[in-house]
Design a protein around this ligand. Sequence first.
Ligand code: GLU
Length: 406
Amino acid sequence: MDNPFEKALALIEQAAQIDPALGGEFLARMRVPDRDIRISISTRMDDGSTKIFEGYRVQYSNARGPYKGGVRYHPLADIDEVKTLALLMTLKCAVAGIPMGGGKGGISLEPEKLSKAELERVSRGWVRKLADVLGPAKDVPAPDINTTPEIMAWMNDEYMKLTGEKTGATFTGKPIEVGGSEGRGVATGLGGFYTFLGFREKLGLPGKCRIAIQGFGNVGANAAEIFSKHGHKVIAVSDSKGGVLAEGGLDIKELLEHKKKARSLAGFPGSKNITNEELLALECDVLIPAAFENVITEANADKVRAKAVLELANGPTAAEADEILQKKNIPVIPDILANSGGVTVSYFEWQQNLAGEHWSEAEVFEKLKKYMSTAAKDVLAKSREWKTTLRMGAIILALERIRAAM
Ligand code: GLU
């Protein structure tokens, strides 16, 4: 059962075994996406040649509102990965308590191999192929791995030109200048921090925690800055090439500067180079996977020595690893709760665009904090009600909300 989608389905089946109301016809409905679309995007390259890229959009469920979810650019992006992430988005929006359904998209490409102009053309091409099924009331994409606010601006511009749409609410995660929301860039990391605050005491974690973060992109780097700004010690971070460790805590601002110049984390003064596997096995209070799915696996879960795991990536813990962590009494604050801050501020952006408003950063943060702490309380209550893990509690909560909407 190596297919990631089958594994995600196993989770909702498990939820239906715990709460029988989630079985039967409802479960049958939840097992299949509303639509999965595969497109080919014929793109003119700078040298005059034409290259065909494979793109995707999976619209999983709109029972609670328009399909919502990011678009990822990655060489390994494929329809099964996108379908799995679209199901996770459906659950995530329901946990977050926002009136949105779930979707996900992608293009299989290596971003560093394309020029900026090529990247713009392939991004606009993705929109041209999918314009009919997108829109503020239909499907609202956003950034994900390797997609930036600038890419959202190109996509939104293409959509508005093609359709005459005027509000700009078809894409979220846009730059502020073209209708983006204050706070969207830091929202996933900040939402993760608010979630951590909701659980810190309950999980018996110290007031000042030692944190290890895997991933130093938008989510990981912002989380690192936010945790250290609030007095926690970020002792290690890593990216795809490897990481750095400093038991006394890393200066994140300086580390960002170093990475920009050196194009790598390695060699940061006052730190020791480590591998990703070493980072996952560090003795610390909170381990934060903030990059890809399936990084904590059957092979390494036993080596995890953190007191808790906060999932800021989507699907970072494989099902077998989840069981191992449970046996080791290491609580996992699940992705569909912990990383829902990003999509929550996306929802705020969509609302602002539709109303022609622009909210202050303080207003966005205050609203985000409210949504995150409500979601954390609801998930905790659900996991206690059914005497199950936080992940299962979150999934049951989401499915109950989706079922009620249907
Ligand atoms: N890509 C982000 C996620 O996985 C954000 C999605 C959105 O804002 O729609 O949650």
